[in-house]
Design a protein around this ligand. Structure first.
Ligand code: GDP
Ligand code: CA
Length: 337
């Protein structure tokens, strides 16, 4: 059954031309995405633009192998959120989750114990690992997983190659590079990052379909995802930033009033020497990438030559609020196109 998605491989392209309900799309939108911020924005975008064909380029820099299983947290957050399987309060992982496998692994003393994988979620990683082991690239595996979840978007990993974010830290155990998840989840980013690097980026290629989707897009949207370890990672895959520079790109600031709305993006921005502000993130992306920038009302003074800035409420309290933000992003994009 997991191979159903693969047999329908040619459908993926048609999805760009037709919505899930079979109607012709009015607009082709490409969105980059990390986890929670990206997924919640995308759910709003689907409400705001039900006739649009949406292709999502997902961050895989957070991916990690645990207990022999390949885990892709950001792809799964997008897939579960848009597919109706997400734990809404937590923002990641499956709803109605139990943790028997995690407890049993802990009873054996198996490490690591700091990464939360629920029983339902484990099944996703088992299927993924089995298919990767059989030789399928991550893009095809993701398509097969989405065949179950029907997220209503075409979800592509940024690359099929292994490119993982590592963080250089210096604590009681000395100066060393750890996997991003160890810094983010185990250490809660409490130890300053001296450097954040996407290991393998230079040799990675965009996954099949990524550059074509960008080329064919009427509008590209950067949702309020982490500018360093979500969007920043995707932009490091050779060819993606160049392809985006040809397009109308509208970004939504993940920083409101000088702080991340959720999470610890400030720790990532500080590590790369960027101020935690809507202005700092905009300057970091640059006018070569961004054409339109949505900021919160308290950040209305944000300015950069060559970029149209619009201010509006940017907190995604619920799907309706996310849809309002998405509507504003599309409207700004239409104005600029
Ligand atoms: P992660 O991979 O799960 O960390 O998620 P993302 O990279 O997609 O998004 C994380 C970013 O989303 C953080 O920098 C948050 O500030 C931002 N974010 C989360 N919720 C909101 C919101 O309601 N509004 C805005 N503007 N940003 C948000
Ligand atoms: Ca992430």
């Amino acid at each position: 059954m997991i191979f159903r998605g693969l047999l329908g491989g040619h459908r993926a392209r048609a999805d760009v031309l037709r919505t899930t309900s079979g109607r012709l799309v009015t607009m082709r939108i490409v969105s980059l995405a990390g986890g929670i911020g990206g997924a919640r924005f995308l759910r709003g975008l689907q409400v705001a633009e039900p006739e649009a064909g949406i292709t999502v380029i997902g961050n895989t820099g957070d991916d990690i192998t645990l207990f022999g299983l390949r885990v892709c947290p950001d792809l799964d957050t997008v897939m579960y959120t848009l597919g109706g399987g997400i734990d809404e309060d937590q923002g990641w992982g499956r709803a109605k989750e139990s943790h028997t496998v995690k407890e049993e692994l802990a009873a054996y003393g198996v490490q690591p114990q700091w990464f939360g994988l629920g029983d339902r979620d484990f099944a996703t990683h088992i299927v993924r690992t089995q298919m990767l082991g059989a030789g399928f690239p991550l893009s095809q595996v993701t398509e097969a997983l989405c065949d179950r979840w029907q997220p209503g978007v075409r979800l592509l990993p940024m690359t099929d190659d292994r490119a993982e974010t590592h963080v250089v830290i210096n604590d009681a155990d000395g100066r060393r590079a750890v996997h991003f998840q160890e810094w983010w989840v185990r250490l809660r980013a409490s130890v300053p990052a001296e450097e954040i690097a996407l290991v393998g980026a230079a040799d990675a290629a965009p996954a099949p379909g990524v550059l074509d989707a960008i080329r064919e897009a009427d509008l590209v949207i950067l949702p309020p995802s982490n500018p360093v370890v979500s969007i920043g990672t995707i932009l490091q895959i050779p060819g993606i930033r160049e392809a985006l520079s040809e397009k109308t790109v509208v970004g939504v600031s993940p920083i409101v009033g000088g702080a991340p709305v959720r999470g610890m993006a400030d720790a990532c921005l500080t590590a790369i020497g960027v101020e935690t502000s809507a202005q700092g993130v905009l300057e970091h992306y640059g006018a070569g990438l961004i054409d339109g920038w949505l900021v919160a009302e308290e950040d209305a003074a944000t300015r950069l030559d060559g970029v149209e800035v619009a201010a509006r409420p940017l907190i995604m309290h619920d799907v309706a609020a996310a849809a309002d933000i998405a509507r504003a992003a599309v409207a700004l994009g239409r104005e600029l196109a």
